[in-house]
Design a binder for this molecule. Structure first.
Ligand code: AMP
Length: 500
């Protein structure tokens, strides 16, 4: 990437706009917003919409959940309206706005929003992402679309197959750009951007303005206006955190107890349950189902279709407990989550903050409940408490009686599995937990009160991802052979992340 010295970005002055009509948006857009039930712009929208309408480049610090999608989509739709037409000819519908996102789920969410906001206009939109059949996407692209939402890899596949031409793109959005870089998309981004006209408007949204993001911006943005939403601590304040001490082997029963207790108390049944490994994730979801709780697992081994179906089921309320690994939960827009449960204490304190950031959004109240096993999780908990600069109250699981027959069965099952895990590792580590790494160096740099880290979209740390992968690989090896792998143990446990 060639780095140029971009002029210093200017900062958008927050406007006093309280209604969408004051932006001068077209009546068709306003109608769509009223269909959505939006009455007033969110802070990021109040800042971004006027700037994007002026055609300026933007560097926006905002995360999923702030309304940033409408912040860029509404003015883009407005600017494209003069080109909207009802012609059937694909040539009359070239791609004019390209929105790139790191994940399939986020691409789908952005597309869903764009389609809603543009539904009363003749502008066409579609989404392309990997993991699903290319043919329907190719058909949609060949029919012509003005607004294309895409993940970088799949977009390049379509470019290669000549299903799409990007030479008329006037507006480019890099959504969650930091995560695109984290996920190694920089070369793909460079290839894509090289296909676009130099004369265009570029909007970059990122949770942080790291040196890499600044380099990306200085290469591809022209005199960008910086937009930052003042971060609020309300999320943390509104979230009731508690830690429940549970004997090793009773964790599944404890989650069942917590969920049933919430239902009995008339609280919402909906909950995300975080688990550190894919195998643990599936196992817990199965257990919850057996206990009569509508549950589904979402993790990296699920197909795209399965993940979308699960997410849809969760959003529509047919699934109550979404059991997720950190990786699978990236960027999911699940509004008003009343409860997050940590079945496993996360390996890194940063992941804890991001997990519980799923609840208590936008002023709502929420519960963040963690289960911890004495002797196993104290170090992790104390890391978390240091990071968030507060102690998390230890609570008693009222009425929890793990000594029933079922618990004994679960116990013996877990003991057997743990024994196998230990033999596989040749170590005395308990639980299906790989060795953790020290996050102390990072931790020093975070402050609970005002660091943008706390308002970033939920995103597992690379160390956690590597550790969870190692746990899955060991467990998968056991499941396959029911015996310890002979040589790879050291490599698996040494945290050497395999490319996937
Ligand atoms: P986003 O951060 O773009 O993913 O948006 C988060 C959620 O807020 C989505 O479910 C949007 O539909 C919703 N939303 C966006 N803008 C508004 C608004 N002005 N009023 C109410 N809800 C909104």
């Amino acid at each position: 990437m060639t780095t140029t010295n971009a002029p210093e970005p200017t900062t958008a002055v927050p406007t006093a706009v309280q209604t969408f009509d004051s932006f001068g948006l077209d009546a068709r857009i306003l109608r769509a917003l009223s269909d959505q039930g939006y009455t007033s712009p969110t802070p990021i929208q109040a800042q971004a919409i006027p700037v994007v309408l002026l055609g300026k480049d933007v560097m926006g610090a905002a995360q999923t959940g702030t309304g940033k999608t409408a912040g860029f989509a509404l003015p883009i739709i407005q600017r494209l309206l003069p080109m909207a037409n009802a012609s059937a000819s694909p040539a009359r519908h070239p791609v004019r706005a390209l929105m790139l996102t790191p994940t399939r789920e986020l691409a789908d969410q952005v597309y869903d929003n764009v389609a809603r906001y543009a539904k009363h206009t003749d502008l066409r939109s579609t989404v392309v992402f990997g993991g699903v059949d290319m043919n329907p996407q190719t058909d949609a692209l060949r029919r012509g679309v003005e607004i294309l939402v895409a993940t970088p890899g799949r977009l390049l596949d379509h470019v290669q197959q000549k299903a799409v031409n990007l030479s008329q793109v006037q507006m480019l959005v890099l959504d969650e750009a930091d995560r695109m870089l984290d996920m190694g998309f920089l070369p793909d981004l460079q290839r894509i951007i090289n296909l676009l006209p130099a004369q265009r408007q570029t909007l970059l949204f990122s949770a942080t303005f790291s040196p890499e993001i600044k380099r990306l911006a200085s290469s591809y943005l022209k005199q960008p206006v910086t937009i930052e939403v003042a971060r609020s601590n309300s999320t943390n304040e509104n979230v009731r955190q508690a830690v429940y001490q549970v004997e090793d082997g009773h964790k599944q029963a404890a989650v069942v107890h917590l969920l049933k207790q919430r239902a009995e108390q008339g609280l919402s049944r909906q909950c995300i349950v975080f688990v550190n490994s894919k195998i643990g994730c599936s196992r817990l979801a199965r257990h919850l189902e057996r206990e009569g709780i509508n549950a589904a697992a979402i993790h990296g081994d699920k197909t795209q279709t399965e993940r979308m179906q699960t997410l849809d089921g969760f959003k529509s309320g047919t699934i109550d407990a979404l059991v997720a690994t950190d990786v699978a939960a990236r960027g999911l827009d699940i509004p008003d989550m009343p409860c997050v449960i940590n079945f496993d204490v996360p390996y890194s304190a940063e992941d804890y903050v991001h997990r519980i950031g799923r609840t208590g959004r936008a002023g709502a109240s929420g519960d963040a409940l963690s289960i911890y096993v004495p002797g196993n999780d104290e170090r992790l908990l104390s890391d978390i408490e240091k990071l968030i600069k507060r102690s998390i109250p230890r609570a008693k699981l009222e009425g929890f009686d793990p000594t029933g027959e079922r618990s004994r069965q679960v116990d013996s099952e877990r003991r057997r599995e743990r024994g196998e895990m230990r033999r596989a590792r040749g170590s005395t580590d308990s639980e299906d937990r790989p060795r953790r790494q020290d996050h102390g160096a990072n931790r020093q740099t975070f402050r609970a009160s005002d660091d943008p880290f706390f308002s970033r979209p939920y995103e597992p740390s690379p160390a956690s991802v590597a550790q969870a992968k190692a746990a899955d690989e060991v467990a998968a090896a056991l499941t396959r052979g029911r015996q310890a792998p002979k040589r790879p143990v050291a490599a698996l446990l040494g945290g050497v992340p395999r490319k996937s």
